[in-house]
Each structure stands twice: as C-alpha cells, then as structure tokens.
Design a protein around this ligand. Structure first.
Ligand code: 13P
Length: 260
C-alpha cells in the first residue's frame, strides 16, 4: 500500500544559485563525500540545478550515485514558447527528476494547480519523475486551511494523471518554513504527510509506495529528527544543499535512520 517508504530520497534544490565553476566544485565535493562504493541502497540522492547548468552537471554526475534534476519544466511539448524548457529536453540532458509546483513558482509566476498538474503530466510522459510540491502559507495554516490547501493542490495532479500518479514524488513544503529557518515540527509534518498518503492511497494501487518528502529549512541540525519521523520519506533541501558538508551530513543521517 502507499505506506511509508523503507528507503529515503534526499534531493537538493539549488534554486537560482551558483556558477559554472562553483557548481562544479560543489558536485566534486559531494561525490568525494558520497562515493559510489560507500553508497547505501537505502538512500537515493539527487540535486536539482539551474537549467543552464544541467548539461555540465550531467557530465560530472555520469556514473555517480547522485541523480540529476531540474527545477521546472514547460507544460508544452515544443514550439514558440520563448524561454521554456521541455520535458524531452530535460530527458535529453539526463535529468531524472524535475520539481513542479514549487511555491516560489506558484507565487512569483502565478502557477495554478492545473498548470502544475500539466507539468507533472509532461514530465511523466518523458520518463522523468516529477517532484510535486504542495504546501500552505502561514495565513492558511492560521486559518485552519492546511488540509484543504494541500489536498486541493495534490488532487489536481491526481485527477490529470490517473494511475501514473504512482510514479510521482510528493514534497510537502509549508511555505512559511521555506528559507525562514522555521521548520515544521515533526508532528506538524507527520500530520500532513499522513493526509497526503491517505489521498494517494485512495487514488493508486494498494501496493505502490510513493515517496513523500518534507521541505522547509531542513538542515544538518534537524534532519535526523525529521527523517526518523514515520511517514517522512526524505527531504527536499534548499539552502543546506548548497554546502557540501551540510548536504552530506543530511545524507548520512538519512542512511543512519533508514538502517533502523
Ligand atoms: P530551504 O531548505 O532553504 O528552506 O528551501 C526549501 C525548499 O524550498 C526546497 O525546495
């Protein structure tokens, strides 16, 4: 059934940071600390890099145990959509994941639930795993609307993608916890993860296991507690993924908690 996953998935979202040289150095440091021969099968890891750096990062990550992801994808296949990048293009350069519906895109680019669902659909059709972000704002939480908001956001993706939904990853990212240093408590995250899991369970085959990640100020100091919380299958990490030591520490915590 759509139960908590025995493995962990740790994904870095670099957002709009870095440079060709800086990102290359970061990847080299990550690969040194997370070498293939030491990697546990219990932890999968990926970094979602700015689109212009996908190809060079793909070269560096080739044959490594770190997967490559993008941060957005077009809802269109091809054509006159200046500035957009299609799912086929992402696939072409070796992306395994793409983040869709990040709150920064919902907020700054007016992305609707429907558009996010279409982006997830394009990713799935191209063989890329969409990491579908859902999350409430602080005022929505204060108004007791958390469940309603996250369920509405996920419902749009389920409705458009039907049984393919078993191929997605979900990330619960409370907007108020992103980049603020204010993490959701393990209980708050667990409660929302349980809601989302129940919603997925009602929509897909009983045996499927869908990763539900937590994102929002996860860092080297709090990762172990969050990752050991039942129902939290991993993390989507912003700021702390830009420092190799911190991201490696989170990977080590994921490995440790998935052993027990
Ligand atoms: P921070 O980890 O910087 O809070 O960002 C979380 C996030 O938005 C990941 O997608």
């Amino acid at each position: 059934m759509t139960q908590s996953n025995p493995q962990k998935l740790i994904v870095g979202n670099w957002k709009m940071n870095g440079s060709l040289a800086g990102n290359g150095a970061l990847i080299q440091d990550l690969l040194k600390g997370w070498p293939t021969h030491q990697v546990s099968r219990r932890v999968q890891a990926a970094v979602c890099v700015p689109s212009v750096y996908l190809a060079p990062c793909a070269g560096l990550l080739h044959h490594s145990c770190l997967d490559l992801g993008a941060q957005d994808v077009s809802a269109h296949d091809a054509g006159a959509y200046t500035g957009e990048v299609s799912a086929a293009m992402l696939r072409d350069v070796g992306a395994r994941y793409v983040i869709v519906g990040h709150s920064e895109r919902r907020q700054y680019h007016a992305e609707t639930d429907q558009l996010v669902a279409q982006k997830a659909q394009k990713a799935l059709a191209a063989g890329i795993t969409p990491i579908v972000c859902v999350g409430e704002s602080w005022s929505e939480r204060q108004a007791g609307q958390t469940a309603e908001v996250v369920k509405r956001q996920l419902a749009a993706v389920i409705q458009l993608n039907g049984h393919c939904v078993c191929e997605i990853v979900v990330a619960y990212e409370p907007v108020w916890a992103i980049g603020t240093g204010q993490t959701a408590s393990a209980e708050q995250a667990q409660e929302v993860h349980a809601l989302l899991r129940a919603q997925l369970k009602a929509a897909v085959a009983m045996h499927e296991r869908i990763f539900i990640l937590y994102g929002g100020s996860m860092n080297a100091a709090n990762a172990k507690l969050l990752l050991s919380t039942p129902g939290i299958d991993g993390g989507l990490i912003g700021g702390a993924s830009l420092k190799a030591a911190d991201f490696l520490s989170i990977l080590a915590d994921a490995d440790a908690v998935s052993r027990v």
